[in-house]
Design a protein around this ligand. Sequence first.
Ligand code: PLP
Length: 364
Amino acid sequence: MNLRIPGPTTVPAEVAQAGAAEMINHRGPEFAAMIARTTEGVKKVYQTSNDVETLTASGSGAMESAVVNFTAPGMHSLVVSIGNFGERFQDLVGIYGGVLVKQEYKGGQAADLNKIEEALKADPEIRTVFITHNETSTGVTNPILPDLAALVHAHDALLVVDAISSLSSVEVKTDEWDLDVVLSGSQKGWMVAPGLAFVSVNERAWARADETASKQPRFYFDLRRHQKSLETGQTPWTPAVSLFFQLDKALQMMEAEGLENIFARHHKIGSMVRDGIRGMGLELVADEGVESDTVTAFWLPEGVNGSEVTKIARDKYNTVFAGGQGNLRGKIMRFGHLGAMNEADIQAGLDALKNAFADAGYKK
Ligand SMILES: Cc1ncc(COP(=O)(O)O)c(C=O)c1O
């Protein structure tokens, strides 16, 4: 089956095979050498010298870890939401007792730095700002991260960035942009099966974790524990060892391709998808100029049933597309183009989409 969804993405055969290696002791020397290697590799992709923790969890686990380590009950957090995954941060902040200040945008829009500044000025108690870099539900990439970090720090707050569906496909310069906490997940551009998540933590963020330690209960996702274990070549709890084998291999492949080439490839195939979809007479959800290079969301035209299109694409053309989430369910479709994807894969995906639309009765 050809996956054209925004994660899980295709796992290259070499990576899948690496994951089938004989099991090892996760408290032994082979694992210690491997986690040292993968952590260094992940840091390179993050463009950071900050600490990076690898959690056995999906991306939402990384999100939860950010909330339990860097916020406390009663602490004010601004959550900037441009879609479904921004809403997930809102839920998490509320569940863990934070005072939630919401800023929401219509599907397709990117966040506005001036509005964020207004919100920070209006509530000087805001200590943390949460933002989604690449909103997978709408196909929008927020382009403001470096300026946002400067703004947030000028207000003495901490910035948490969900880069789950961008980092490793699209440039995220963690250190140069001074991003305090950055999250990513293995099943996206990393070309690894679902189940590992990454969290980078800088000094500012560690200070916050210490400040909130006695106020916010945390156990599985206690990042201090993860860092302490990492320094002895371990994880605090039993890790998904087979996924570490996969990650080790995928990082070698990424290193061989080179980050710049990876980003250029994603930009190129992203443009190809956008051109192809517009060429079918369809309209993108993302506003012009903020379209994502990892996922493209587009409106379903009048009279075309998205579930029918995805069913035909799957059954007849062996290709899996994604529907809409939340309030966009039934209104949009999404084409994922991240990870192990080349131009031929994209062309095949576009052909399948075109045929499935035609079979569902769509005429341009
Ligand atoms: C931007 C973004 N944030 C968070 C998540 C949640 O990750 P997971 O589904 O791995 O828990 C996803 C996954 O689709 C995502 O794309």
